[in-house]
Design a protein around this ligand. Structure first.
Ligand code: ASP
Ligand code: MG
Length: 254
């Protein structure tokens, strides 16, 4: 059993998603079950937040951001899937975008953006990326299923940075083990509080989602895939001569 997580850059385009799929298919040769957790396509979460903020301040330009998000996801579907398999995937992607637009219109009308609504808005990034990727595995004929992390990871209602109720969550995760699917695809970052209200686990929270799933299914290992070659001596965006560290203990890593 293996849990794999791929971040926003790794699922940022049809071309990189194809690479992710190859890596996952390879891993499936050695693992009876793989749980794949993915982030939103790179930049999507930031754009969703920006969109919500503009709408709440009465700035009509939120519509352009929505359009950019929608076009990018629809384009990705068209590049990723053969024409004859696109319509169903295009249709649920479009449905998500329409929902998002309705919520944004509500925010615009009210001039108000609560932390709860922001979590709801942000959830669409991971919902779209994970469902598109899952659908493309199904098209390839894999025994793959998409799971809504919100039905599994239960939290309190500390929106934006919710705390996980591990007892309920692990019970929910454990149910996967009785299913006969070999590949489970899940959105990172998102969860839910009582009454199915969407919450999020904090920015960058998809790694945490993957760790929660790995803990819950008692996976042999958890792989966090990213676009740098390993843990580095410093953040390479800020330090030009940062080097990858060949080996590191948990303690040092913390
Ligand atoms: N998409 C979320 C974020 O940008 C979560 C993640 O990527 O891990 O914060
Ligand atoms: Mg990250």
């Amino acid at each position: 059993m293996l849990v794999m997580k791929f971040g926003g850059t790794s699922v940022g385009s049809a071309a990189t998603i194809k690479q992710v799929k190859e890596i996952v298919k390879n891993a499936m040769k050695n693992n009876s079950r793989v749980f794949l957790v993915v982030s939103a396509m790179s930049g999507t979460t930031d754009m969703l937040i920006d969109c919500g903020k503009r709408a709440s301040s009465g700035d009509e330009s939120f519509r352009e951001i929505l359009k950019t998000i929608e076009e990018r996801h629809l384009e990705t579907v068209k590049e990723l899937l053969p024409v004859q398999n696109q319509s169903h995937v295009l249709s649920f992607t479009k449905t998500y975008c329409n929902e998002l637009e309705e919520i944004m219109n509500g925010i615009f009308m009210l001039g108000e953006l609560s932390a709860r609504t922001l979590d709801r808005i942000m959830s669409y990034g991971e919902l779209m990326s994970s469902r598109i990727i899952s659908a493309s595995f199904v098209v390839d004929g894999l025994n793959c299923v998409w799971k809504d992390s919100r039905e599994i990871i239960k939290t309190n209602d500390n929106f934006g940075n919710a705390s996980v109720d591990f007892q309920t969550t692990y019970r929910n995760v454990g149910r996967f083990l009785s299913e006969d699917h070999t590949l489970f695809v899940l959105p990172g970052f998102i969860a839910s509080a009582n009454d199915h209200i969407t919450t999020t686990l904090g920015r960058g929270g998809s790694d945490y989602t993957a760790a929660i799933i790995a803990g819950g299914v008692e996976s042999d290992s958890l792989e966090i895939w990213t676009d740098v070659s390993g843990m580095m001596t410093a953040d390479p965006r800020w330090v030009a001569n940062a080097r990858p560290i060949p080996m590191i203990s948990y303690k040092e890593a913390m």
